[in-house]
Design a protein around this ligand. Structure first.
Ligand SMILES: Cc1cc2nc3c(=O)[nH]c(=O)nc-3n(C[C@H](O)[C@H](O)[C@H](O)COP(=O)(O)OP(=O)(O)OC[C@H]3O[C@@H](n4cnc5c(N)ncnc54)[C@H](O)[C@@H]3O)c2cc1C
Length: 368
């Protein structure tokens, strides 16, 4: 007789893997974890390329979090290397810290502001926009037209295919301003990468006798042949409902890798190119993996309209479609939805872990 599973979990990224591990370890549940890709780890997946350099297949993934419980949890499956992320932006031939800080403004404007000087400068150039309606409003009301043009306008156009005034305010709300020389990109309490790679972290997390993994498997191909009691779904919510309310739009990305016969290519892990070239950034993973290797591999990121779903599009029309799917999802009692694709949200890895732990807790101790 075919094996029966307590849970079929769709998607082996952080969301699906964490909940699988918890169900198997804590509740002794039998789990079938399926992913249509040929590896676990979802977008966080890394691997050694042909030259032996550890690279991130779907763009740079730096783990950072302010959640103690999330950090404790991921520490069970990896040692962390203590990396602190730094990003530069190539503007007018200069490489300047991002987020914008004192060094960024002083170098670009050839000034010598102190903290108060920078505050006064920004006060004098910021535009007085009554009600903030879009991403452009967010930026020009904080830093004025000049810095908007240099750092945000063209980068946003490359990233999203539309100018900032067509995007909802939340896209740029995430970019902080620094009035000192702090050039850390995140500034969270915890930050780093697994010493021996994300792929090893996932191997350890999923190495449990109760977990069966099926790769290269779209769940729709097997769902009628597998016996299971509950479904946990971390894939795209519109696909789950056969696109009955239309497709949710996503922005995708093409990654072009190049291995170079030198130890390092650039100063930091990520250099953004807001105004030059077609790509948005060049990432050099050796900076954050801390791997010692005579060669290096860099990757150029080209945003695209079609392809793998990476970024939900922050437009009201997309949010309206998502709400329709959410209503359908709320009607189902034996299906739990989780992860960034299901929620149609940009989640950092720690948020995906946090939500998966919360989902597990609600399964383990359901509210009466
Ligand atoms: C370019 C880029 C850079 C990022 N950098 C960072 C960073 O530096 N730090 C950070 O914290 N976060 C970063 N993120 C976000 C991070 O990728 C997400 O937080 C994380 O992927 C969320 O995990 P998840 O399990 O929800 O989704 P995913 O990792 O996407 O996993 C979902 C899985 O479901 C599978 N799946 C989908 N449909 C099906 C189906 N029909 N059948 C079977 N399997 C299916 C997919 O193949 C995928 O493996 C970045 C994201 C992108 C796009």
């Amino acid at each position: 007789m075919a094996k029966r599973y307590d849970y079929l979990v769709v998607g082996a990224g952080f969301a699906g893997s964490v909940v699988s591990e918890r169900l198997a370890t804590e509740l002794d549940k039998k789990v079938l974890l399926v992913d249509k890709r040929n590896h676990t780890g979802g977008n966080s997946y890394d691997y050694y390329d042909d030259a032996g350099v550890l690279v991130h297949k779907y763009g740079a993934h730096i783990f950072h979090s302010n959640h103690d419980d999330v950090w404790r949890y991921v520490n069970r499956f990896a040692q962390w290397n203590g990396y602190t992320h730094r990003v530069l932006a190539y503007v007018d031939g200069l490489k300047l810290p991002i987020p914008i800080n004192l060094t960024t403004v002083n170098t670009l404007l050839k000034k010598d502001f102190d903290e108060q000087g920078l505050r006064d400068y920004l006060q004098s150039v910021r535009l007085n926009i009554g009600q903030i309606k879009n991403s452009r409003d967010v930026v020009v009301s904080q830093v004025g037209e000049f810095l908007y043009e240099k750092f945000f306008k063209n980068y946003t156009f490359k990233q999203w295919g539309v100018l900032p005034d067509a995007l909802s305010p939340e896209v740029t709300k995430r970019i902080p301003l620094r009035f000192n020389t702090d050039d850390r990109y995140f500034g969270d309490k915890y930050e780093g990468l697994p010493v021996d790679g994300f792929f090893k972290l996932f191997d350890r997390m999923l190495a449990h006798k109760n977990i069966t993994i099926a790769l290269n498997t779209d769940y729709k191909k097997i769902i009628n042949d597998v016996k299971f009691d509950n479904l946990i779904y971390t894939g795209p919510i519109d696909y789950f409902f056969d696109n009955m309310h239309g497709e949710l739009p996503y922005r995708s990305q093409r990654f072009e890798f190049e291995t170079l016969d030198r130890e390092y290519y650039q100063e930091v892990a990520v250099v953004n190119y807001p105004n030059d070239y077609e790509f948005t950034k060049i990432t050099e993973s050796k900076h954050f993996t801390k791997q010692i290797h005579p060669k290096t591999t860099i990757v150029r990121e080209f945003p695209e309209a079609d392809g793998e779903p990476y970024y939900p599009v922050p437009m009201d029309s997309a949010a309206a479609i998502y709400e329709k799917y959410k209503k359908e999802a709320d009607k189902l009692k034996t299906v739990h939805f989780a992860g960034r694709l299901d929620q149609y949200k940009y989640y950092n890895m720690d948020q995906a872990v946090k939500r998966a732990l919360e989902l597990f807790n609600s399964i383990a101790a359901p509210k009466k």
